[in-house]
Design a protein around this ligand. Structure first.
Ligand SMILES: [Zn+2]
Length: 140
């Protein structure tokens, strides 16, 4: 029995080729039965079908709150002591949260951070100079 695939001369009773293992018996060489399945249905795509993709975490509220805090701190920095610092610090924290959380509120979060930091600087200077003057007066 000569193998139809490789031509190896096997014994007559052999059902499979000794050389390559293909089935013998006069039948036409079989096609590999494990042919890769055709992806007829395609990849299971994640189709949102009109639905909106999941919203990013957080909301623009943090950015807005940060901006409000920064602006209020900036406005009150000249007339109210200490309060603007708290507002500015809150604005910085909220701005940081807004920056991390979501993309839409990022611009406002940045604005809040900037206004808060701007508000923080003069109040710190005012308090620093004020305490310096007080300490200077008390040392007299
Ligand atoms: Zn063979």
């Amino acid at each position: 029995m000569i193998c139809t695939k490789c031509g190896h001369n096997n014994v007559a009773e052999a059902r499979f080729c000794e050389e390559c293992g293909s089935p013998l018996g006069g039948a036409a060489p079989q096609q590999p039965s494990y042919a890769p399945p055709q992806p007829s249905y395609g990849m299971p795509q994640q189709n949102f079908g009109g639905m909106q993709p999941p919203k990013p975490q957080g909301s623009p509220g943090f950015g807005i709150a940060s901006m409000v805090c920064g602006i209020v701190a900036l406005v009150t920095a000249c007339c109210i002591p200490y309060v603007p610092i708290i507002l500015a610090l809150v604005g910085v924290v909220l701005g940081g949260v807004g920056l991390r959380g979501n993309r839409r509120g990022k611009g406002m979060a940045i604005a809040g951070l900037v206004t808060s930091i701007i508000a923080l600087v003069p109040t710190v200077i005012v308090i620093a100079t004020g305490s310096a003057i007080i300490s200077g007066l008390s040392s007299l």
